[in-house]
Design a protein around this ligand. Sequence first.
Ligand code: UDP
Ligand code: GLC
Length: 414
Amino acid sequence: MKSTAPANASAIASHVAPHYASGYTSEAGGAVSILFVDQSGQLGGAEFSLLPLAVTWAARREVLLLSDGPFRTRLEALGVPVRLACETRVSEIRKETVQVNWLMALPGIVRQIRSIAKHAESFDILFLNTQKALVLGALGKPLHRKRIVWHLHDIMSGEHFGPLQRWIVKWLTRFAVDHVVANSHASAASLVALTGCKPESVPVVHNGVDLDEFSHMGDLDTGALRRRLGLPEHVYLAGLFGRLAPWKGQHIALEALARLPDLHLVLVGSALFGEQAYVESLRQQAARLGVEDRLTFAGFRDDMPAWMKAVDVILHTSTEPEPFGRVIIEGMAAGRPVIAASAGGVTEIVRHRKNGWLVAPGKVEALAEAIETLQAAPELAQRIADQALIDVGQYFSVEAYLEQMKRTIGKVVV
Ligand code: UDP
Ligand code: GLC
């Protein structure tokens, strides 16, 4: 996998920090210190969502990571203090295998619970950003006695999680978590359904995107951009951005590619959480369908604005309801028409034919038709992309996201 450390990290830091920085105080007026906890060293959507919050939190803050990886490098390059509390056996537990592995990982689990509790001692709030962080941070509450904020990035349904994980989350939410913030109404509703808590106790803050990051690319010529990125120049090019994983549905895009002989497709992203068998199956599927010469595997990339601006249309193909879908608002910010799978948080972002195009999840025919339609009607595609840019600025800016997150967190310590 490509290294994900930004080449111009100090430039990013000086750009990001003053841009969003403001004071963070509780409603009672005191500066609120936070220990953020995240299980992943990889750069996924939950981590990209934590990044600007951790960078711009003006009071004392630290990020405790339960695995090492490029997320640590990125945080440190942006001036955020990071600590590691890694336990290999615990990191190996996946949501699909939680029942099988947790017994073997028990000593590591206990060590991590203690480690989080110890680090939390000198902070006002424990901010848990992922499922494992929630479980380990909340189980340690009798030790640390800190107020817990959980940022929910998932739809807590049986499609995404096994019964044991759902059961644990249900009871921890009831008895240990003080405050939940959900990344979409879809995620919030799933938690309400699971726990029976009041809908008003799960506020929703949608993710935001840094529009400057996308606009600084200006009106760079698409041809030059494609040459620079090694993409085919004089073709209609679709892009699918995000980690390679079965539920992200890259195989659906490959099937659509096979039905549209003039189309080219670039897959940007890599298998972040051990889905190597899926990557192999995609390569085999491409060979079987005879689409290899119209398909590019770009791997994980740091410069999403460039890759998004280089394509004609952006696809989102998740086969299960997407909790939010940062790649969709990023595609909108890049000024490209986005065709997205209509489920979960996606329907809170995309209005069909207005600022994007919705298709039923997992439906190859519908996806191929949508691509054909937008290719055949460039004015319609442009109109949609223009509206998308307006909407993303109005509803999904990183400034609005940070403002709402900080206001919500500020209410916790009163
Ligand atoms: N991403 C990236 N490089 C890649 C692929 C993805 O930086 O090669 C980023 C993408 O820009 C987005 C995030 O990874 O911010 C994926 O977030 P999303 O919410 O779409 O999906 P998740 O993987 O968290 O479910
Ligand atoms: C999770 C979800 C994704 C969401 C991201 C940020 O990774 O899978 O849909 O966009 O969190 O909230």
